[in-house]
Ligand binder design. Structure first.
Ligand code: SAJ
Length: 417
């Protein structure tokens, strides 16, 4: 049993909405806050404005039981969970403006004693910055009860759920809870234990912030290794998928899979927060980022070399735009950059994009006359060169015979492994 009853979740995106829904289906009264009226309306109708397995059932159930509602203004609550974006700025430092905007909404409704949890992925020091920013707006409050001023309790509890498995991982993953004070961490643990069946580990705020960044950097460095192997293998004329499969038979080797680059708004972003915090020391982390960022241009080069072998009126199929398999999320997707670059480099060639998870092309691609979104089988059927960018199940399900006689650039090893 938790001591909390009313929770405000600020930011109803890929993390905030699932968190709001799971708290509500576990019996708490949850008010979701979002600046986007369409998102607010969708949630109040029991709908989810993006694709995530099982989330729809939770949101519809919580709304119909009256436990979850959404609004654009921040209400008074026992606890606040801030789950807003933290993109990076041009200098790769973190943009904390969304966190500050959330703070401006929360500050006027506080009474003291509330728990404020930052879930957004954050550079070291962001949780303290949030707390100090709120106290600067509300000088009658404090972070530690000093001078007899009522304390607000600040904690960082990074989300670690994998898109596509959010509703499972919210419940089963272990969580790290870092408090500015021990009391804040303990209260945050109390709140998360409402739905989290994993271990909830207590630490300080900065270690919790770094833990999240380190997890994603670990993944980025390992994907960079796989991507570098794919470029080396091409130079040496060997099949990288076979190479990795064989090497992974070693009991202590577990190489990840190469791809067209690293997408999503986490793994391609978070390592920069470490680099910005310790530029001279973050050599491997920075290089991995560069290796992964350069992979899309290498893929474009492969496609252009292959296209030079085609007859003049040939068409090209681009399979997948999402940043990874079986989701509709196009954020920071290298596939979009690659499709765009191919279309730009070959303005006279029809580019047949197939992405089963979307209804319309993203704006950047819509603007190019030679790009259209069509069904998977048709895209492959019409094209002499097939470029596989995402290993969606639908792409994997294509019978290999449909590729007979066609050129192939397979960045995911769907047909080449
Ligand atoms: N990728 C490869 N090869 C691989 C694995 C992934 O090229 O072997 C690519 C994917 O195609 C994709 C990108 O990397 O473009 C990232 O995909 P992902 O599945 O590794 O991770 P995300 O971004 O969906 O979610 C990550 C997760 N972090 C870790 O696994 C350490 C998730 O647990 C975090 O909650 C999430 O970031 C986040 O929000 O930070």
């Amino acid at each position: 049993m938790t001591t909390f009853q009313t929770i405000a979740v600020i930011g109803l995106g890929y993390i905030g909405l699932p968190t709001a829904a799971i708290l509500a289906t576990n019996g708490l009264d949850v008010i979701g806050v979002d600046v986007n009226q369409r998102t607010v309306d969708a949630v109040n109708d029991g709908r989810v404005p993006f694709v995530e397995p099982d989330l729809g059932v939770h949101v519809a159930g919580a709304v119909s039981q009256g436990r979850l509602k959404a609004t654009t203004g921040t209400p008074a609550a026992d606890a606040y969970i801030v789950a807003v974006p933290t993109p990076f700025k041009a200098d790769k430092g973190a943009d904390l403006s969304y966190i500050e905007a959330a703070a401006r909404g929360i500050a006027p409704v506080l009474q003291g004693g509330e728990l404020i949890i930052l879930e957004s992925t954050s550079p070291p020091g962001a949780t303290r910055h949030l707390g100090e920013y709120i106290v600067s707006l509300r000088p009658d409050l404090s972070l530690d009860g000093a001078n007899g001023k009522p304390a607000i309790l600040l904690a960082h509890c990074p989300e670690r759920v994998l898109p596509g498995r959010v509703m499972i991982e919210l419940v089963t993953n272990d969580r790290i809870v870092g408090g500015i004070t021990r009391r804040a961490a303990e209260l945050a643990k109390d709140l998360y234990s409402v739905f989290c069946q994993g271990e909830i580990l207590i630490t300080d705020d900065v270690t919790a912030e770094m833990a999240k960044l380190v997890e994603n950097s670990y993944r980025d460095v390992n994907i960079a290794f796989a991507n570098e192997l794919s470029v080396i293998s091409d130079r040496l004329g060997i099949n990288v998928w076979e190479l990795i499969r064989l090497a992974n038979h070693h009991p202590r080797v577990d190489i990840l899979q190469p791809g067209p680059g690293v997408g999503g708004h986490c793994i391609a972003v978070d390592p920069w927060f470490i680099v910005a915090a310790a530029p001279a020391e973050s050599r491997l982390i920075r290089t991995a980022r560069t290796v992964n960022d350069e992979k899309p241009s290498w893929v474009v080069q492969q496609v252009l070399e292959a296209s030079a072998k085609l007859a003049g009126d040939s068409e090209i199929a681009v399979l997948g735009l999402a940043f990874k398999a079986n989701i509709d999320d196009l954020r920071e997707s290298p596939a979009i950059d690659i499709a765009h670059a191919i279309a730009e480099a070959l303005p006279a060639t029809h580019i047949n994009v197939a992405e089963p998870h979307i209804e319309a092309l993203p704006e950047r691609l819509q603007r190019r006359d030679n790009v259209r979104l069509i069904a998977l089988e048709e895209a492959v059927g019409r094209s002499a060169l097939v470029v596989v960018l995402v290993d969606h199940d639908a792409v994997r399900a294509l019978p290999p015979e449909v590729l007979a006689g066609k050129l192939l650039v397979d960045t995911r090893g769907v047909f080449s492994a």
